[in-house]
Design a protein around this ligand. Structure first.
Ligand code: UD1
Length: 351
């Protein structure tokens, strides 16, 4: 098939391009090479794909690229959490308006293929919890007072006792807690509405904490693994916030790329899907395994610092993606972290 990948020069998009090319598809990449994400043109762009520097908000240019495509993978977005609230207009412009322009073009050209959009576990806000006595809970934001006092874990709203974190499923209510999350949710809604109106199959992939080669580094978009790597490269111990026991689901970017490939190839791929490994790990685990991959005497430091906007635990169940897309994550945590961050692989320049 012929596939348009928006944001195909980015961390995840470029792996989607590689997976499609490896599977024998014709790929057109549309990417604006946002200076905030790309200091220069990346060297890893797949030569077998056609690269066009274009902003998805430019519907005239997009119109030409969509022509003849069987599927569209929409990865272009501003990611991470903005530095200040004033970034709101940039996020809305790139993410909401960018998606709206793409959908308008697909509608205008009578597109009948498949659409896959990149969403995020950020739409859930805090993860899911259960109280032995009061059942399922979705705690609200943690207060500054609790965080200052090191009370990291949300408690049961009924009895104030400790809760057990459980993997979020796609049925959970959404609770976006930052501008990025709000734009991702809006993007999902717009795309799914478009799917209903046109009968195009639309799948929104809710990525959990994606890591792997080409991760953004030293930018506001860098995830914790990338931050830890930078520290180690500069001879500093990774700084682990809170008590290090907060849970995330780290999913390898090559598994994420394969999830895109199967969703793009499957006409029944409709709705929301968690793209998660199903293997929750603490941030402390990530710091330990990553530090181990560096073969250094440094040890991660548990700082007790916090970021007010952070959720405590959020992990995802990949069961729906397994069942309905036939996608199974294959790269185990330790293997993926070592493969991505081992000092040896840094030397040969595979990042
Ligand atoms: C994502 C956002 C984050 C936002 C949060 C809201 C990105 C890269 N991060 O965080 O800005 O507040 O959603 O839900 O988009 N950590 C450390 N040490 C560090 C950096 C982070 O211990 O130097 C911890 C954080 O406190 C957090 C965990 O690592 O508990 C994961 O952080 P991150 O990689 O930013 O991912 P999210 O929590 O998903």
């Amino acid at each position: 098939m012929k596939v348009l990948v928006t944001g195909g020069a980015g961390f995840i998009g470029s792996h989607v391009v590689d997976a499609l090319v490896a599977d024998g598809h014709e790929v057109v990449v549309a990417d604006s090479l946002l200076p905030k994400a790309h200091a220069r043109r990346p060297t890893y762009l797949n030569r077998a794909a056609t690269f066009v520097r274009v902003d998805v908000r430019d519907s005239t240019a997009l119109m030409r690229l969509v022509d003849g495509c069987d599927a569209v993978s929409h990865q272009a977005a501003m990611v991470g959490l903005g530095r200040v609230f004033a970034d709101v207009t940039d996020y809305v412009s790139h993410n909401d308006l960018g998606t709206a322009e793409l959908l308008k073009v697909l509608y205008a050209t009578g597109f009948t293929g498949r659409l896959v959009i990149a969403s995020s576990m950020a739409v859930y806000g805090e993860g899911s919890y259960v109280c032995d006595e009061h059942g399922e809970q979705r705690p609200g934001p943690r207060s500054r007072g609790d965080l200052e006092a090191g009370r990291w874990d949300p408690l049961c709203s009924g009895c104030g006792r400790a809760l057990t974190a459980t993997p979020t499923t796609e049925e959970q209510t959404v609770d976006p807690r930052n501008v990025y999350a709000a734009t991702k949710l809006h993007q999902e809604h717009l795309a799914l509405l478009f799917g209903r109106e046109t009968d195009v199959s639309v799948a929104a992939l809710r990525y959990h904490n994606v890591y792997g080669s080409r991760m953004p580094r030293d930018t506001p978009y860098a995830g914790v693994a990338s931050i830890f790597r930078s520290s180690l490269e500069h001879g500093r111990a990774p700084k682990v916030f809170e008590d290090g026991r907060q849970l995330r689901d780290f999913v390898h970017v090559e598994d994420v790329a394969r999830a895109n490939l199967v969703a793009l190839s499957n006409p029944d791929a409709r709705g929301y899907f968690n793209i998660a490994s199903g293997e929750p790990h603490t941030i402390g685990d990530m710091a330990d395994v990553l530090t181990g991959a560096f073969d250094t005497a440094l040890v991660p430091e548990i700082t007790g610092d916090y970021r007010l906007g952070d959720v405590r635990h959020v992990t995802g169940s990949p069961d729906k993606a397994r069942r309905e897309l036939g996608w199974t994550p294959t790269i185990a945590f330790e293997e993926g972290v070592v493969r991505t961050f081992a000092r040896q692989s840094l030397r040969v320049g595979s990042t």
